[in-house]
Write a protein that binds this ligand. Structure first.
Ligand SMILES: [Zn+2]
Length: 325
């Protein structure tokens, strides 16, 4: 990240032909005070990140790939990557204006945490052929979904901060144990039962299950919030229509989490564990993964929201990222 650089060194960098190309002004969506650049990516540039293999693509299952591809005949990553590449859109001037305004509005808060961000964050816009049109992130890229209302305001500012949180969290994955502890999650090596694995629905913003929450559960030590596909792709609906969710009871054994259910019928509904809901603080209904619950609390911090059930949680989330590196 660019902090203080001696002027003579800047001349040297500018003269170096092999250095990175400067970002054209029309592609800049915002710049933090530490020099982190938010960049409107062309579909081609965005595709280099979205079609790359990473920790997300490594765990994708054939059944969810067909659902994400909206095509029962596509069951491997190569086929899905082609669909993704075909459904990225170029930015319009009106879109860019709206996002620039929303980023400018939250920039004072982003400046407080930009030490943890990658030097460049790409922005793109996907149709329903990419993750059902849902906004999400991969690597250093934020993609706004087909259903996103690209008008400056509370909604777009919140969405930007939520997705930015995922990019930041991913870039600092070595902090996850301490971070998820803010919600009382503890690390464990999760041995995913085969009967669940084939049904899994992988969230690109939180593709890994590495933590459980200790709560009183009959015959187990705690739970892992778990996302699965509710049915195989049947030619109807989009990704959002296939969401299944429940709490997987697990026993903790010497650092490992042993599943106490082998298929979705053994999962609990969130309401069956009031302790689970209480420890999450009640500031958001987005409870499918600690990463998502923390992202929404980061938004509360970024927008200075008041009147929350657990106001100290956004404060702790903010403090976690504003502390010195
Ligand atoms: Zn999210």
């Amino acid at each position: 990240m660019l902090r203080y650089v001696a002027p003579s060194l800047l001349v040297l960098i500018a003269a170096c032909a092999s250095g990175p190309e400067p970002v054209p002004a029309e592609e800049i969506a915002g710049v933090t005070d530490d020099g982190v650049v938010f960049r409107f990516a062309s579909p081609e540039l965005a595709a280099t990140v979205l079609t790359a293999e990473d920790e997300y693509t490594a765990v994708l299952q054939p059944r969810e790939i067909a659902i994400k591809a909206l095509d029962a005949s596509v069951t491997d990553w190569g086929g899905l990557a082609e669909k993704y590449e075909a459904d990225l859109r170029a930015w319009t001037e009106a879109d860019k204006e709206a996002l620039r305004a929303s980023i400018a509005a939250v920039l004072p808060k982003v400046n407080e945490i930009d030490q943890w961000l990658p030097d460049e964050i790409l922005l793109t816009y996907n149709g329903i052929g990419v993750e059902g049109g849902l906004p999400h992130t991969r690597g250093n890229l934020i993609t706004f979904g087909a259903g996103t209302d690209l008008e400056d305001g509370e909604g777009l500012r919140a969405l930007f901060l939520h997705e930015l949180h995922h990019v930041m969290s991913r870039a600092n994955w070595d902090r996850r144990d301490d971070y998820f502890a803010l919600l009382s999650f503890e690390p464990c090596a999760f041995d995913e039962p085969a009967g669940l694995e084939v049904l899994r629905l992988t969230n690109p913003d939180a593709p890994l299950y590495e933590h459980y929450m200790p709560v009183p559960v009959e015959g187990a030590d705690g739970v892992i919030p778990y996302l699965f596909t509710s049915r195989a792709y049947d030619g109807t609906g989009t990704l959002g229509d296939y969401f299944g969710f429940g709490l997987l009871p697990v026993s903790a054994d010497g650092g490992a989490c042993i599943a106490e259910a082998s298929d979705p019928s053994g999962l609990l509904q969130p309401g069956q564990s009031p302790e689970f809901l209480a420890k999450l603080g009640g500031n958001t209904g987005y409870i499918i993964h600690p990463e998502e619950t923390l992202a929404d609390n980061f938004v509360h911090w970024g927008l200075d929201r008041q009147g929350l059930p657990t106001p100290e949680l956004p404060e702790r989330v903010g403090a976690f990222w504003t502390e010195a590196k």
